[in-house]
Write a protein that binds this ligand. Structure first.
Ligand SMILES: Nc1ncnc2c1ncn2[C@@H]1O[C@H](COP(=O)(O)OP(=O)(O)O)[C@@H](O)[C@H]1O
Ligand SMILES: [Mg+2]
Length: 254
């Protein structure tokens, strides 16, 4: 059973086909990898899935329902959230505030509840604060809670971004180069963390990354993209032994 399916997904920018007729699935509950050289169209695929870009052609099914061209906030609502290749945080807010503001997207109380501080508001505020504390704990950010995001070490900024994506209670989490700029130790820790959150939150994960040890180590399935087209799809060992993939990507530094 797949949680996500791309059917002939195509995105053209003027004369450039950034993503061309891609068919691809993410099986439910898996960590699936999306790899390929720079400019292959990986981030564009994330932008199509999350509604940032409209598809030129094709369908994107989430749990069997077409979500192509829906507004980004609706896609987050159905259960797909993401992190960005270039980190996006509230740089002047603390770790805790960054997570709590993301948790507030789940608030159901209305303005009157909030202004009058009615029980519904108090109850929910308490729950949202607990959720923020919990996410800080899981992502190993608790001892930096009052640090302004901008002053966090780079690796922890990436973790904070994942915490914010988790705050929206996704079923499918999209990670765009979460280990970019990390040293091997940080990459290794991140790999374990992704494993852990997948289990804890019952997630499916689609991950773009160039660290082959990370991708090969945690993905059950991998798709290789080259010049906007699917070059190969398979298990890590199938991908590592695929001559086309070695020639186009693995043979050279990505
Ligand atoms: N908004 C855009 N307008 C024009 N071209 C774009 C846009 N976004 C991406 N592209 C182009 O699409 C191709 C794929 O880019 P991208 O998806 O970012 O690649 P990757 O993430 O695999 O490195 C590149 O040639 C890039 O320049
Ligand atoms: Mg990219």
């Amino acid at each position: 059973m797949e949680i996500l399916e791309l059917k002939g997904a195509t995105k053209c920018f003027g004369g450039l086909t950034a993503v061309g007729d891609v068919n691809f699935t993410v099986p439910k509950g898996t960590i699936t990898g999306l790899i390929g050289p720079n400019g292959a169209g990986k981030t564009t695929i994330f932008n199509l899935i999350t509604g940032v870009y409209k598809v030129t052609r094709g369908n994107i099914l989430f749990d069997g329902k077409d979500i192509a061209n829906k507004e980004p906030y609706l896609i987050a609502d159905v259960g797909i959230t993401r992190t960005f290749q270039n980190i996006r945080l509230f740089k002047k807010l603390s770790v805790y505030e960054n997570i709590l503001t993301a948790c507030h997207n789940n608030a159901k109380y209305n303005v009157l509840d909030a202004v009058l501080r009615l029980p519904q508001y108090k109850r929910e505020e308490k729950q949202l604060k607990e959720q923020a504390e919990n996410l800080m704990e899981i992502m190993g950010l608790k001892d930096r809670r009052d640090l302004v995001a901008n002053n966090l070490p780079y690796g922890l900024q990436r973790r904070l971004e994942i915490a914010r994506a988790l705050a929206l209670n996704p079923r499918l989490l999209l990670l765009d180069e979460p280990a970019a700029g990390m040293n091997p130790d940080e990459t290794d820790q991140l790999m374990h963390l992704i494993f852990e959150i997948r289990k804890k939150f019952n997630l499916s994960v689609l991950i773009i990354d160039h660290h082959m040890d990370l991708v090969m180590g945690i993905c059950e399935k991998i798709m290789v993209l080259n010049f906007g087209c699917k070059l190969a799809e398979g298990t890590p060992s199938e991908i590592q032994n695929n001559t086309k993939v070695i020639e186009a990507y693995l043979g050279v530094e990505g």
